[in-house]
Design a protein around this ligand. Structure first.
Ligand code: MG
Length: 314
């Protein structure tokens, strides 16, 4: 069955499944993450710029992801392939699933965090900080206490062709935010990033990792206090090829980061264990499948998948 499926994918997509290219830095540790015989599949291509993959366990399970310039949320399942989930999407970028199972999205165009209700209607969760419009929310996660954490770099705002200044920017910086849905209070949790981008929690929820895709290009780690404030913020890992964008933790506390040449896997201590090399530069990634052991990668015009040996964290 598997062989027939792989053959059919190969026939449909000339550059379909092929043996994954690995750059191994710590063999004993990295072979626990991904098998050298795993196949990297290009599931779909010819999109514009894909981002924000998120596995949705309901309805049999499917992957949702963004094609930002196309103003479209896409959907992928093994059975039905690629389809449109929503258009227009408010130029959605990052997506996540809340503790209630509902989809939360960071919208560039909408300049907001939105929630897709069970009925399918899309509502604003938050779009202003101290009365000023957000820049262009980039990526979003929910903590175990139900708070919504997101990054707000200004990548999604248009630039004036002469001054190169961002047009319509109301905030004085590019912040990491925490929104408490119970109190409706939006707090700037970190204000010293150049371009805060991907973010993820450790499996126990006590650490928050945030990627800075500005300069320097690195991932920082914070301790999350019980009142929702952050402590620390030391450099966890530097990316040696391109920059970090989307990041995810696995169930054993490793951090998987997008980078210019593929997906870099770091130990909980920040050691680079190895890289999954990808033909196009990944912008984001998500664990999915019924066992959360498929790594989906959005990379420029294409969606890729590779089976891995560890479970991801939502
Ligand atoms: Mg991003």
């Amino acid at each position: 069955m598997k062989i027939i499926y792989l053959l059919s994918v190969g026939l449909l997509l000339p550059a379909g499944a092929h043996a994954v290219d690995l750059d191994v830095r710590n063999a004993a540790e990295f072979e626990r993450c991904v098998s050298a015989s795993a196949k990297l599949e290009r599931l779909a291509t010819d999109m514009k710029f894909v981002e924000g993959p998120q596995w949705v366990p309901s309805d049999g399970g499917f992957l949702v992801f963004s094609d930002i310039p196309s103003n479209e949320l896409k959907q992928w399942t093994d059975k039905t392939g690629l389809s449109t989930f929503r258009n227009p999407s408010g130029n959605t970028n990052g997506n996540t699933i809340g503790n209630d199972g509902l989809l939360l999205s960071a919208e560039h165009g909408g300049r907001r965090i939105s929630r897709t209700d069970a009925s399918g209607s899309v509502v604003t969760v938050v779009d202003r900080f101290e009365g000023k419009r957000l820049n262009s929310p980039n990526d979003v996660v929910m903590s175990s206490d139900g708070a919504i954490w997101f990054t707000d770099p200004d990548y999604g705002l248009p630039s004036d062709p002469e001054t190169k200044q961002k047009v319509g920017k109301e905030l004085p910086g590019d912040f990491v935010f925490r929104f408490d849905p119970k109190t409706k209070v939006l707090s700037a949790a970190a204000t010293d990033f150049k371009k805060p981008n991907g973010l993820c929690f450790s499996p126990d929820g006590r650490r928050l990792y945030v990627a800075d895709s500005g300069a320097p290009r690195q991932i920082r780690g914070f301790e999350v206090s019980s009142d929702g404030s952050l402590k620390g913020g030391e450099v966890f890992a530097k990316i040696d090829k391109g920059g970090p964008d989307g990041i995810r933790c696995d169930s054993e506390g490793r951090v998987w980061s997008s980078a210019g040449d593929g997906v870099h896997v770091f130990s909980p201590a920040g050691e680079l264990l190895g890289k999954i090399l990808v033909p196009e530069s990944p912008a984001n990634l998500a664990f999915g499948g019924a066992d959360m052991k498929t790594l989906y990668i959005t990379a420029r015009k294409s969606l890729y998948a590779v089976p891995v040996l560890v479970r991801g964290v939502r």
